[in-house]
Design a protein around this ligand. Structure first.
Ligand code: PLP
Length: 374
């Protein structure tokens, strides 16, 4: 008989969860292989980092760390509302947008209900869904030979919606594929949904659109009360470690999300840093410009080496790495370059590479060239 483990007392829907697999931290690789000068291109972080204004605001906020944060996020919400052209009561702040996704699941899902998402969609959707006891319904993705390989197939997602569906998650663009859905097609999909389905438009990489046909979902909120747009400071704002994200929705939806939200889910340092970051759009624009240029340059360089890439609207590239993808991932680690395996997504022959600064990407390209002939 197997020994009693107190963890087995967890509820079944939690026991059956597959844990989120993060990118390998730089310190871990240093410890494991004893190498220095490591380039991490594994977690879609923005190498430009925080705006100097955000840094100054965070430093200034440190002395007040003994006080609880402003649980209403007054300053950050007012700045966001002004920037986005929405009312403050339409906003919900989260400890990263991951937190917001979990709040949506907690507020709108329970056993017997369903959430629909695409195969290869962001890994947090199934985790957040299953943790509530609701069922996750996986819609097949676009085929590998389509212009958006592995991307969301909105027609298949529509077909997956039943009378039990309460939430549908659309990542635009999607991680880890980088693929996106054209604006007109997305609008038709949202307009055609039953009114009792909450549609979550995850725009974590929205700022990286770079002229591609990517809708600003916030501008549709007035037309679709069941729409929830999710954004983050982790990517283009260079604040992944700070953990700030938000949802923009109908005020009644925000009211429900705020009921399940922990009163102090965003720290005082994070509130100060994010509010100041909003005032430095030039910093964001400069980082986005580099990523947009680099995604074209790195994709072209990979294609020239015979490595196929999936079209991307994010700050990362999904690349075809062949049956030896994991061995190649290991070889890159030994060369001091951390990328991201995507086996957990069912993409065993691909790797995801975040776009860093040009010299970091060159380190990856040089290492990849060696890996290909090894
Ligand atoms: C599509 C998508 N949504 C949400 C998130 C969550 O980001 P964060 O919690 O840092 O805001 C990520 C992070 O990688 C993502 O790729």
């Amino acid at each position: 008989m197997s020994p009693f483990l107190p963890g087995d007392l967890a509820v079944d829907c939690v026991k059956s969860l597959s844990p989120y697999v993060p990118g390998k931290p730089i310190e871990e690789l240093q410890r494991e292989l004893g190498i220095r000068d490591i380039v991490k291109l594994a977690s879609n972080e923005n190498p430009a980092g925080p705006s100097p204004r955000a840094l100054a605001a965070m430093h200034a906020a440190l002395g007040d760390a003994w006080l609880y944060p402003d649980g209403s996020g007054h300053e950050l919400k007012h700045k966001l509302a002004a920037k986005l052209g929405v009312n403050v009561d339409q906003l919900t702040l989260g400890n990263g947008s991951n937190d917001v996704l979990v709040l949506i699941a907690e507020a709108f899902l329970k056993p017997g209900l369903e959430a629909v998402y695409s195969r290869y969609a962001f890994a947090v959707y199934p985790i957040a869904t299953h943790a509530t006891g609701a069922a996750g319904v996986v819609a097949p993705a676009l085929p590998v030979d389509s212009p958006m390989p592995f991307g969301h197939d909105l027609a298949a997602m529509r077909r997956s919606i039943t009378s039990n569906t309460r939430v549908v998650f659309v990542a635009n663009p999607n991680n880890p594929t980088g693929t996106w859905v054209p604006a007109a097609e997305l609008r038709r999909f949202v307009a055609d949904l039953p009114a009792d389905v909450i549609v979550v438009l995850d725009e974590a990489y929205y700022e990286y659109a770079g002229g591609l046909d990517i809708q600003n979902g916030v501008s549709w909120l007035a037309d679709f009360p069941n729409l929830v747009v999710v954004r983050t400071f982790s990517k283009a704002y260079g604040l992944a470690g700070l953990r700030v994200g938000y949802a923009v929705s109908h005020a009644s939806v925000a009211g429900m999300l705020n009921r399940v939200r922990q009163a102090f889910n965003v720290s005082s340092i994070a509130l100060a840093g994010a509010a100041a970051a909003l005032e430095d759009e030039a910093h964001v624009d400069a980082a986005v410009k580099i990523a947009v240029a680099e995604r074209a340059r790195v994709a072209a360089a990979l294609n020239a080496l015979g490595t196929k890439t999936v079209p991307t609207a994010g700050n990362f590239l999904l690349i075809e790495a062949g049956p030896n993808a994991l061995r190649r991932y290991d070889a890159l680690l030994r060369a001091g370059v951390i990328v991201r395996p995507v086996v957990n997504y069912g993409l065993a022959e691909h790797l995801r590479v975040t776009l860093g600064f040009p010299e970091q990407n060159d380190r990856f390209l040089a290492a990849w060239q060696k890996v290909l002939v090894a």
